[in-house]
Design a protein around this ligand. Structure first.
Ligand SMILES: NC(=O)C1=CN([C@@H]2O[C@H](COP(=O)(O)OP(=O)(O)OC[C@H]3O[C@@H](n4cnc5c(N)ncnc54)[C@H](O)[C@@H]3O)[C@@H](O)[C@H]2O)[C@@H](O)CC1
Ligand SMILES: Nc1ncnc2c1ncn2[C@@H]1O[C@H](COP(=O)(O)OP(=O)(O)O)[C@@H](O)[C@H]1O
Ligand SMILES: [K+]
Length: 487
């Protein structure tokens, strides 16, 4: 499945470009409807079907699919929101191929149905569902009917996966040409069920011309630049990460350091408060643990240019001391990750960071931390992460079930492989460690954030139920072995 995600406007451009290149609208609609019918035939045994059509082209796809399923002998009832006479363009053409009755959109059309095809609204959804459309969506849920959604479950907004009014939960969603953000962002992703991407013959070259800026996160995005160890390499050629260790919450930096080592950093130094040196050293034999009693000692560690990537925040404790160390790291030519307590330390005061950040730094806030630093930005998680990256000049990774990575230049990726088992204390520290480990090996900020989030998700899946954060670094070798085998 292609990784690019098209906005509704970009998909409209793709449709128009295809038509301009000589593929007529009805041909696109015929192929879209045929893909819907094929998906129904592939997944369900013949059964009575209720096809629910809306007033636009999404409804047009429904008319085509209804016709093809009826041709195959499936008992089909079709109901339309509005009047046939009001249909325009390709949808009117599609309706003309349906000679059986067109029913009014009422819940009675669901009686006896073994499958519902939802072709009410797709890309054209412009306001919350109400009236008969909302009634029937509610009834589909109450009756728990199997559902195939055309393009998106009706009520889900294509650009951000938000639900306008209400939307049904589909078992299968058939979408066309490329997926939309709604197929990967929550809650849309959860309402789509399985997503099938159908080729409707939009010519090669259309996507390249549109040059989309959003992707599903996965190895195809960054795998070619993954920093596998080279035969002639040595530990000094694999980067050296410096992790600021806290005095009280020592687990966070320990998890992060371990993850940085597992990600392949050649060396990891933990800058530790003197009284904690033994603790850090005993629990992490492969890390270097050095005492850093004050800011000057930390700066001395930073001054060694071999320590090329820095992680600050996990377990560090918020406040002036952390803020000073962050600014010291940013004053040097390093890459790094800012996480956790950094966001509290700079709450409401982005400017000192924004002045110094650049795109070899990655900020990894969860939603709460994000608001603390960037304020309540409007829009979807994609919009907010993009706006934040632009505002601070660094890569922003907004954590959650649908983690978004955004670059200041507008590129963004949505991570879809993370299981909810990752929602456990310390899991974010591991993520920060993975990213700093990849940065130390020379990956750029966007690649490192995307790769780190994806590896984190895969490690989470490998462990599954019962996962605790300590398991994640240990799960990494098997994940990396598979990644390398597939490369
Ligand atoms: N050539 C094309 O443009 C193609 C379009 N395709 C299909 O066409 C769909 C997009 O078609 P449209 O742009 O016509 O949009 P839709 O069919 O999604 O809906 C547009 C219509 O619904 C009305 N509407 C929007 N929200 C409403 C609400 N909440 N309550 C009541 N009415 C509402 C609008 O006023 C408009 O009349 C895609 O999702 C896809 O399924 C496919 O056939 C492939 C080719
Ligand atoms: N429901 C979920 N599904 C998938 N991943 C999740 C979910 N909730 C949280 N996560 C992931 O778990 C990690 C939690 O990080 P964070 O909130 O910083 O925890 P901590 O500070 O305890 O380490 C993040 O990578 C986040 O994306
Ligand atoms: K739909």
């Amino acid at each position: 499945m292609a990784d690019e995600l098209l906005t509704v406007a970009e998909m409209g451009r793709a449709d128009r470009a295809a038509m301009a290149a000589g593929v007529p609208g009805p041909v696109l609609m015929e192929r879209a409807g045929a893909a819907v019918a094929a998906a129904a035939l592939a997944r369900w045994s013949p059964c009575p079907v209720a096809v629910l059509c809306g007033p636009g082209n999404n409804g047009g796809d429904g008319f085509v699919a209804a016709h093809l399923l009826a041709e195959r002998g499936w008992p089909v009832r079709l109901a339309l929101l509005g009047e046939v006479a009001a249909l325009r363009g390709d949808a009117a053409w599609a309706a003309s191929g349906w000679t059986a009755p067109v029913e009014r959109l009422e819940t009675g059309v669901l009686d006896g149905a073994g499958l519902v095809i939802d072709a009410l609204f797709g890309a054209g959804l412009s306001r919350p569902l109400d009236g008969p459309a909302a009634d029937i969506v509610g009834e589909i849920g109450r009756r728990a009917l199997p559902l195939l959604a055309v393009d998106v479950p009706s009520g889900v907004r294509g650009d951000d996966g938000a639900v306008l009014g209400c939307a049904p939960r589909a078992d299968l969603t058939v979408t066309f040409h490329r997926r939309k953000p709604a197929h990967v962002l929550l809650p849309g992703r959860l309402l789509c069920g399985e997503v099938v991407l159908a080729d409707i013959g939009i010519p090669d070259g259309v996507v390249e011309a549109i040059a989309p800026r959003t992707w599903e996160n996965g190895p195809r995005l960054w795998g070619a630049r993954y920093p596998w160890p080279r035969p002639e390499g040595h530990k000094y050629s694999r980067g050296h990460a410096l992790v600021l260790g806290g005095a009280v919450m020592t687990g966070a930096a320990r998890l992060a350091a371990r993850a940085a080592l597992r990600a392949g950093a050649g060396l990891v130094t933990i800058a530790a408060p003197p009284e904690t040196v033994t603790l850090y050293a005993l629990s992490l034999p492969s890390a270097i643990v050095l005492p850093a009693p004050d800011g000057a000692a930390f700066e001395a560690l930073l001054d060694d240019p071999r320590r090329n990537a820095v992680l600050l925040g996990p377990g560090a404790g918020p406040g002036e001391a952390l803020a000073t160390r962050v600014l010291a790291a940013l004053a040097r030519d390093r890459s790094g990750v800012l996480d956790a307590d950094v966001f509290t330390s700079f709450a409401g005061g982005l400017e000192p960071l924004a002045l110094r950040l650049h795109d070899r730094w990655v900020l990894t806030p969860h939603d709460g931390e994000f608001v603390r630093l960037f304020g309540p930005l409007p829009g979807s998680r994609l919009d907010r992460a993009r706006a934040a990256a632009r505002a601070c000049g660094a890569v922003v990774l907004l954590k959650g079930a649908d983690t978004v990575v955004a670059h200041p230049d507008g590129r963004a990726a949505v991570t879809t492989n993370a299981p909810p088992d990752l929602a456990t204390a310390g899991s974010g520290d591991v993520l920060a460690g993975l990213i700093v480990g990849l940065l130390a090996q020379g990956m750029d900020g966007f690649d490192a954030a995307c790769a780190g989030a994806w590896l984190h998700g895969e490690a989470g899946r490998a462990v599954g139920p019962g996962l605790i954060a300590e398991d994640l670094p240990e799960a990494l070798p098997a994940v990396l072995r598979r990644l390398k085998a597939d490369a």
